[in-house]
Design a protein around this ligand. Structure first.
Ligand SMILES: C[S@@+](CC[C@H](N)C(=O)[O-])C[C@H]1O[C@@H](n2cnc3c(N)ncnc32)[C@H](O)[C@@H]1O
Length: 250
């Protein structure tokens, strides 16, 4: 039977409830770039929302190292939120990126990092649509003169993305999962850099600055697909960007 969006969200949530500690990071490539820009742009009284905040290390740093003085961390997983340090002026909320519980134009900055590829539909095509909805909502909750600060792990071609999506969809449910080193319940849908940037433009945000770095697709080694990946020359690209957001809503 076909799964509806709600069930797929629950599966993602259950996955992160199980692996919270494993997926918890304290620093990432690109943090300095993003924090540097936030130091330049932020003023007293500014706020930042982090969607899929995980253990909240990024919002903690934004609060400590920039003029931002209110941070909001949202995550679908309670286990992830529990890993957050308690800090004054930091507010946490368990919710889905697809249903942000905030009024339009609420935040000066909206951030997400490594969250979008976890928003999946039943097929790769509907996963892209869902990802676009999340980008649209991120723009909506950002103030008119605010910024989106987004990092997403993208993949070079749609073929590669389809391959990974359907391989995981199949493997993650079978006893082969352990053999192939796939974490149970993990399904991801990577956008290509073009799809990611198109989604941002379609949501009405304009691009201020983009950095792209090439990362070794380490998780693919866990998929035991290394030889075919190499021949397909898969490469993952981290796309960091600052986007001027907060379009007026109709
Ligand atoms: C790979 S972790 C990244 C965490 C953090 N942003 C970082 O860079 O360390 C992805 C995070 O996104 C969250 N997430 C996945 N799907 C989500 C959704 N639909 N809504 C909100 N959070 C979601 C997960 O619970 C997890 O904390």
């Amino acid at each position: 039977m076909k799964k509806d969006k709600g069930e797929l969200l629950l599966e993602t949530r259950e996955f992160f409830e199980r692996v919270a500690t494993e997926y918890s990071s304290d620093s990432k490539e690109g943090d300095e770039l993003k924090l540097g820009m936030l130091r330049e742009l932020a003023k007293e009284g500014d706020s930042l929302l982090d969607i899929g905040c995980g253990n909240g290390y990024f919002i903690d740093r934004a609060l400590a190292e920039t003029s931002i003085n209110q941070v909001y961390g949202l995550d679908i997983s309670k286990a992830m939120l529990k890993l957050n340090n308690k800090v004054p002026n930091k507010y946490l909320c368990q919710a889905s990126a697809l249903q942000l519980p905030f009024q339009p134009h609420s935040f000066t900055f909206t951030h997400f990092d490594a969250m979008l590829h976890h928003v999946v539909g039943a097929r790769r095509k509907s996963s892209v649509e869902q990802a676009y909805k999340v980008i649209q909502s991120s723009v909506s909750v950002t103030k008119t003169n605010g910024f989106l600060v987004l990092t997403e792990r993208c993949i070079d071609t749609r073929i590669s993305s389809n391959l990974i999506f359907y391989a995981l969809k199949f493997l993650s449910k079978t006893p082969l999962a352990k053999l192939a080193g796939v974490a149970k319940g993990l399904i991801v849908s990577f956008l290509t850099p073009d799809e990611f940037l198109s989604g941002i433009r379609a949501a009405g945000a304009s691009i201020v600055r983009i950095e792209v770095t090439h990362a070794k697709p380490s998780f693919l080694f866990r998929l035991a697909l290394e030889p075919s990946c190499q021949s397909l020359q898969l490469s993952l690209e981290e796309v960091y960007g600052f986007y001027r957001g907060g379009v007026n809503l109709v």
